[in-house]
Design a protein around this ligand. Structure first.
Ligand code: MN
Length: 271
């Protein structure tokens, strides 16, 4: 398994669960200093990613790009893949497709979390799931052209009522024509939604494509009450070799949260 840490470049997401903020270069410097293998970036949009700067930061600090988040499409522009307005759904797919193309240049996947939206109003729950599946089947081939995956992230009940559990995610992925859509399993959401986090990983098996490494209170692993050893054991048992990426609150500060994360990562991954 490989270590990663998040960098948010979205002012409107202030207070959100990201370790480093507002400065790609400074985030990369600290990530490298602490020994992380990769960074996960949360940009305002694809066009606001300075691709040359990103490439030079990664190269200079010997880091990989773990993934790029698309949540700013919701946070900043209120786009959702399951919006009732067809025009908004189309804009949401376009917003994500541009991020897929940026991430793809680095061999990294794009993440669909809050852009899944939620079932509400006059349309059925099932209709929202149909829109979501159609969007994933439209977007996934674009990621495949870059040789990458597309990640769908189950979110807890306070953030969505569509894909909440690992089982929801696996069911959706299994229904798709696309074969390169993987699950992003976020330990914070799983702590709320799963009966048994380790068992959920075992059931998801090879569908797991990325992990958000966060404790029960959305702080760095070790700062909450999640029982980590059985989770690491489950990830090893399914042969998971992807990232454990710290999507956590910068508490008590960014550097301390990052340091706690890398220490927990090392403890958790040593056999
Ligand atoms: Mn997450």
């Amino acid at each position: 398994m490989r270590s990663a840490v998040t960098i948010s470049l979205v002012a409107e997401a202030s207070g959100g669960p990201f370790v480093f903020w507002h400065d790609l270069e400074a985030g990369c410097v600290q990530a490298a200093e602490l020994g992380f293998e990769a960074v996960e970036v949360f940009p305002r949009s694809a066009s606001e990613v300075d691709v040359n700067l990103l490439r030079s930061c990664l190269d200079r600090h010997n880091l990989k790009l773990a993934a790029i988040g698309t949540g700013a499409g919701w946070v900043v522009r209120k786009l959702r893949l399951t919006d009732h307005d067809e025009t908004v759904r189309k804009q949401a797919r376009h917003f994500i497709s541009e991020i897929i193309d940026v991430a793809g240049q680095f061999g990294a996947p794009a993440i669909i979390g809050s852009m899944q939206g939620r079932a509400e109003g006059t349309f059925s729950h099932e209709q929202h799931l149909v829109w979501l599946a159609e969007a994933l089947d439209e977007l996934a081939p674009r990621a495949a052209n870059h040789g990458t995956t597309l990640l769908i992230e189950p979110l807890n009940r306070y953030e969505t009522n569509l894909i909440r559990t690992t089982a929801d995610g696996v069911k959706l992925i299994s229904s798709l024509k696309a074969k390169n859509v993987k699950l992003l399993s976020d330990l914070f959401h799983m702590n709320i939604e799963e009966v048994d986090i380790a068992a959920a990983f075992r059931e998801a098996g090879s569908h797991v494509g990325h992990v958000h490494f966060a404790d029960s209170n959305r702080q760095a692993i070790g700062f909450g009450h999640t029982n980590v050893p059985p989770i690491m054991e489950a990830l090893r048992s399914i042969g998971y070799e992807g990232y454990l990426s710290a999507e956590v609150l910068p508490l008590p500060d960014s550097f301390a949260a990052a340091k706690q994360t890398i220490e927990s990562f090392r403890r958790g991954t040593e056999i």
